[in-house]
Design a protein. Structure first.
Ligand code: FAD
Length: 362
């Protein structure tokens, strides 16, 4: 067997580590200079979207021997709609660094790999597919998948974000569901220390949202964030992304070519979370190659999760700010909080299945 992985991101690295653990040699190609050579930002993993896994970090460690150190635990999630504030408390998940930060998940994973990553190798599938018996496409770019098979694009997203300075509690994450700021989308603030945080405004690009001025929305977002958290934050660096594709590949694999991470469709569309799912697809592909499982079957629950999450997104998109206020307010109800944070209940699956007939009626 001769195995190549294109892309040393979350999915590619987890795949490579798992192959190594099973005694298989692999060539890992990465177009950038180091793993995680992109803008720094904080990302989150939420237990409530990862059912039945309660603690993703513990699960990856104990089940697959992949050890991650997040930057903090989330003990409180504050949800702001236009006029309401909803709060969730509990063991909600983790905040971690991505990109150039020395503690980013990419650099933590790269450090667990014994094989040398071949940096500065911007390879195409055509370049290497003849040389290798197995190819794992892990470029994080669904356009690479689209060259090989159908990929259903749910939507393209615009991100506008910044690193900001202020005073933060690292155990608190903040989410803004206000369509005046992020039409059909959301903004979120994730602290990475007591004094620094990432603030991101993200919304889907549809014909009715394309006309919005990204920078004007960002200004509103920043002002609203300062107002609701009652601080004058300082921006230290900015980033911006457009046309970020969220969708799903038709097939998990074609012959011995495996699609993992974003190339598979690992981002759950409702809230744009995809880190844990990307890592799992990488691990599952490696298990298949090592003869320990069937990639199609292993990813089945993730496919279902994607579709449930898409249903939830389509429903959320139909709400207006008044309805978002009602939903946000309802979170403060103890029963609702218990439902959302109960590790035995897959709330997103329940909502997805219940809303499916309604969300189809566009
Ligand atoms: C701004 C932003 C915020 C996000 N926030 C969250 C969050 O809070 N929580 C969450 O769970 N998810 C979040 N996500 C989603 C999450 O980051 C992705 O799901 C995840 O990174 C996808 O992993 P991947 O391995 O598929 O791709 P990546 O991690 O992007 O890795 C792909 C790698 O392939 C390399 N590469 C690309 N092309 C080639 C080539 N031709 N040859 C060699 N190498 C190549 C790239 O340089 C890169 O290193 C966010 C995404 C963005 C953009």
């Amino acid at each position: 067997m001769k195995i190549a992985i294109i892309g040393a991101g979350l999915a590619g690295l987890c795949c490579a580590i798992t192959l190594e653990k099973n005694g298989l040699e692999v060539d890992v190609f990465e177009k950038r200079e180091i793993a995680g050579d992109r803008f720094t930002n904080a990302e989150a993993m939420f237990s409530m979207t990862q059912h039945p896994v309660d603690d993703a970090v513990k699960y990856l460690s104990e089940t697959y021997g992949i050890h991650l150190k997040p930057s903090s635990n989330i003990q409180k999630l504050l949800c702001y709609s236009k006029n309401e504030l909803g709060e969730l408390d509990g063991k909600l998940g983790f905040i971690n660094m991505r990109g150039k930060h020395p503690d980013s998940y990419e650099s933590q994973l790269a450090a667990q790999l014994k094989t040398d990553i071949q940096y500065h190798h911007n390879v195409s599938y055509d370049d290497i597919s003849k040389e290798y018996t197995h190819v794992v496409l892990a470029t994080g770019d669904p356009l690479d998948t689209k060259k090989l098979q159908p990929y259903d694009v749910a939507f393209r997203a615009t991100f506008r974000g910044a690193l900001i300075e202020g005073e933060f509690n690292q155990t608190e994450a903040h989410a803004f569901f206000n369509y005046d700021i992020a039409p059909k989308g959301m903004a979120y603030l994730l602290p990475h220390s007591d004094t620094t945080a990432s603030l991101v405004n993200v919304y889907p690009q549809y014909p009715d949202t394309e006309g919005y001025d990204k920078e004007k929305l960002w200004e509103k977002c920043f002002e609203e964030c300062c107002r609701r958290l009652d601080q004058d934050f300082t921006i230290t660096s900015n980033f911006s992304l457009k046309d970020y594709i969220i969708g799903k590949a038709e097939s998990s694999r074609i012959g011995n070519t495996f699609f993992v991470g974003n190339c598979w469709g690992s981002i759950t569309p409702a809230f744009g979370l995809g880190q844990f799912e990307s890592m799992l697809t990488g691990i599952y592909a490696a298990q298949d190659i090592a003869g320990l499982g069937d990639y199609d079957k292993l990813t089945k629950h993730l496919s279902q999760g994607y579709h449930d999450s898409l249903t939830l997104r389509r429903t959320l998109e139909k709400l207006d700010n008044d309805q978002l206020d009602l939903v946000t307010k309802s979170i403060n109800n103890k029963f609702a909080e218990e439902l959302i944070t109960n590790k035995h209940i897959n709330l997103f699956k329940m909502i997805g299945r219940t809303l499916h007939p309604f969300s189809r009626k566009a």
